[in-house]
Design a binder for this molecule. Structure first.
Ligand SMILES: [Zn+2]
Length: 391
């Protein structure tokens, strides 16, 4: 008997093996399935929702992913041999309940169990996102999730520019941009996606050029249109997060109402001269529901109360600060990490260089997001004045 065969026989005598069907049943009871195959094998398909750690990195990475040594682990490879070796490594690390899936992924497929084809980072992506890969809270899994995410930005202006720039840099795979405006020279004091040479061009086209120059592998979906009650739902369809970088009340209410109806998180910010505020409206958040925009402001202000567009202005760098806060919140939501701004309003005073935080409460009587309330439909909101100066 060869040494290799002797070793495998020895492992089989101590490590239990189960069928893929049994493995799937145990996962439903809380066991973690670890696919230990190489990236090129995983790229051809892997059990749906499996944790994927190449065997060579197993000892280095598994504790971050599964800190509880009592959690049952199931190892899987292509045919059931490497998974035995991996199971042995896990037992030596101190995991107490480790089982190998007999027949590996080949048997998994034969049993017609659910399979997915995960995005596997290529060499160029590994270089580009290397500093994310070193952060345990992001890592390969988080970066893959960002690449598969879809974020829609309303407004490619003062807030949308920095938000989109950093989301593109971070590798959010699909960015949608809604804006029907063209680049004006007066935008360039803050709207850093655009350039002097692109004055007169559609903002969404100018933005696409800038974002693809930074990160050519992204998908940029340009919507050179104004958001209306008629198109809002079809535009929002398929996106994971909506980033409100708009500059006027009617659109802000429309975004809120559609997000409430479609149960999407609405990453909100606004700016005025030296002051900004940011929060996340998400009343349908599963574990920690927060208010919607209408819980705070049930109705828009009358036109005479809204500050005059001509009088107001904004410090050019201010929407940069606030748009970046939106980008941070968006990435946290996509990765499911940290404490979001749901239920909190972050206020920023640039002159005082001070952040303050207000707790926001849900209005149990809110006509849009209260429990049991039926969506009342989209209202046409008429205020002629555009509040400065998201856009
Ligand atoms: Zn509400």
């Amino acid at each position: 008997m060869k040494a290799k065969d002797r070793r495998l026989a020895e492992l089989r005598s101590v490590i239990p093996e189960i069928t893929p069907d049994e493995a799937q049943r145990r996962r439903e009871q809380g066991a973690v399935l670890i696919d230990v195959r190489e990236p090129d094998e995983v790229a051809q398909g892997s059990p749906q929702g499996a944790l994927r750690i190449v065997r060579g990195f197993l000892e280095l990475k598994v504790e971050d992913a599964v800190p509880d040594l009592d959690r049952p682990l199931l190892t899987l490879c292509a045919g059931g041999v490497r998974s035995l070796l991996a199971a042995d490594n896990l037992l030596k690390l101190g995991y107490r309940d480790v089982t190998s899936v007999a027949g590996g992924f080949n048997a998994w497929k034969r049993a017609s169990l659910p399979v997915e084809t995960p995005h596997i980072l290529n060499q160029q992506e590994r270089e580009r996102y290397g500093r994310h890969l070193s952060v345990p809270e992001v890592g390969e899994e988080g970066q893959t999730r960002l690449l598969e995410s879809r974020v829609l930005l309303i407004g490619a202006g003062g807030l949308g520019s920095p938000a989109a720039y950093y989301l593109a840099a971070a590798g959010v795979g699909t960015l949608g941009l809604v804006d029907d405006d063209v680049v004006d020279r007066s935008n360039l004091q803050r709207q850093i996606l655009h350039t002097d040479a692109r004055v007169g061009k559609l903002k969404v086209d100018s933005a696409r050029e800038a974002l693809l120059a930074l990160n050519p592998s992204l998908t940029i979906e340009a919507h050179p249109t104004r958001l209306t009650a008629d198109n809002v739902e079809s535009l929002f369809d398929g996106y994971d997060v909506i980033v409100d970088g708009t500059d006027n009340f009617p659109t802000r209410y429309l975004i809120n109402d559609a997000c409430v109806k479609l149960r999407l998180p609405n990453v909100h910010a606004s700016v005025y001269r030296f002051e900004g505020q940011a929060t996340v409206f998400w009343p349908s958040r599963p574990d920690q529901p927060g208010p919607c925009y209408r819980c705070l402001y049930p109705e828009p202000p009358p036109p005479e109360m809204a500050p005059s567009c001509a009088e107001a202005g904004v410090l050019g760098v201010l929407p940069g600060v606030m748009g970046l806060l939106q980008a941070v919140e968006t990435i946290k939501l996509l990765l499911g990490i940290g404490r979001s701004l749901v239920g909190r309003l972050l206020q920023y005073d640039a002159l005082e260089q001070r952040f303050t935080e207000l707790q926001l409460e849900r209005d149990p009587e809110c006509g849009y997001c209260a429990d049991g309330v039926e969506f009342p439909g989209y209202q046409e909101i008429v205020t002629s004045c555009r509040v400065p100066v998201g856009g």
